[in-house]
Design a protein around this ligand. Sequence first.
Ligand SMILES: C[S@@+](CC[C@H](N)C(=O)[O-])C[C@H]1O[C@@H](n2cnc3c(N)ncnc32)[C@H](O)[C@@H]1O
Length: 209
Amino acid sequence: MEKQEIRTFGRRHGKKLSLRQESLVRDVLPAIAPTESEQIDILEIGFGAGEHLRELTIANPTKTILGAEPFVNGVASLMSAITDSNNQILPEFQRIRVFPDDVRLILNSHKFNFAEIWILHPDPWPKARHEKRRLLNADFLNLLSKHLASNGKIIIGTDHWEYYDWILEQVKDTNLCEADSPHNIIKTRYQKKNMANTDAPKYIILTRP
Ligand SMILES: C[S@@+](CC[C@H](N)C(=O)[O-])C[C@H]1O[C@@H](n2cnc3c(N)ncnc32)[C@H](O)[C@@H]1O
């Protein structure tokens, strides 16, 4: 990161990893790191345990998909789900790449051209004193815009409606505009938890004019 960024995620570590998860993170994860020489089509930011990332991969069999997530236990859950008992990546998940850290680090050091960027249930940081920790501020949206293909889309879903309104205010200070294209959305773990206790998530789809 060029400047010291405010931390936007809660924990980096949860409960102790199993031996298998430890070996997957140590030995297999480095082999699926993104490289600049490879075209990556889709980015998912904050993939949690990776359910949606896996579904995206299956729904887009010709695309390469990058997931960024700093929570080690989430990364380990994904690694368990995409490998067989010999720690080999399953054929249907060969096109997954993982950046196990704050996505801003890689967006500030690499150049991408994503057709889609997904952010589902970003941490809402509901207390006023934590508002500065919200990831989807105007600076970050402008950073995403630099990595978006000319007809690309940013798809944001949240069940926290105050955060939803706040994001729309932030969009006004960016070069992005709202698009109205329907998307098939896969239910994520946080959507099922529905911690904000709202009826359904709301989605914001952004494009470059
Ligand atoms: C509330 S969880 C939602 C997880 C998942 N998308 C879902 O819907 O189940 C938000 C996730 O965003 C991740 N996150 C927060 N800030 C991030 C950042 N700067 N870069 C990448 N991931 C981030 C957190 O670690 C956390 O796993």
